[in-house]
Design a protein around this ligand. Structure first.
Ligand code: NI
Length: 138
């Protein structure tokens, strides 16, 4: 079993009620686990802000009919072959494609890649979900 610290802390009652509501909403029944999850979520943000190695998903929405766009998007990904782990393509409807690109690398590189993909003409939306490689979260 991991080395544990037992904590006692004080919190305003209204804030405590909000915590209980959040716990109910997220179906978390264990206060310790709830606090651990909050801390880890904050640490993932910290690691991202510090430009550490991260795991992320870039989601693109683009027009399938835009000439040459698929090839251009693939070219950009080939230039980042060190970061791109996998790509999933979904034909959302007759005209629209969605692509989820799983990436691993420094946060800044992932953001630059998402920006480069998002700037191609015909891309309707590009977003980044930040994740963690799991280091320094335990
Ligand atoms: Ni498609």
């Amino acid at each position: 079993m991991a080395d544990l610290e037992r904590l006692t802390f004080t919190i305003e009652r209204p804030l405590y009620r909000r915590m209980q509501q959040l716990m109910q909403k997220t179906r978390c029944r264990n206060r310790s686990e709830f606090i651990r999850d909050l801390l880890r979520a904050r640490l993932v943000e910290e690691h991202w802000e510090a430009d550490e190695e991260a795991l992320g998903t870039i989601t693109l929405l683009y027009n399938h009919e835009k000439r040459d766009l698929s090839r251009k998007l693939t070219d950009v990904q080939h230039h980042h072959h060190d970061e791109v782990l996998a790509t999933t393509h979904v034909h959302l409807d007759r005209h629209t494609c969605a692509e989820m690109i799983m990436v691993r690398g420094r946060a800044k590189v992932i953001e630059d890649l998402a920006q480069a993909l998002g700037q191609e003409k015909g891309v309707l939306h590009a977003s980044v979900a930040i994740g963690s490689t799991g280091r320094r979260l335990a």
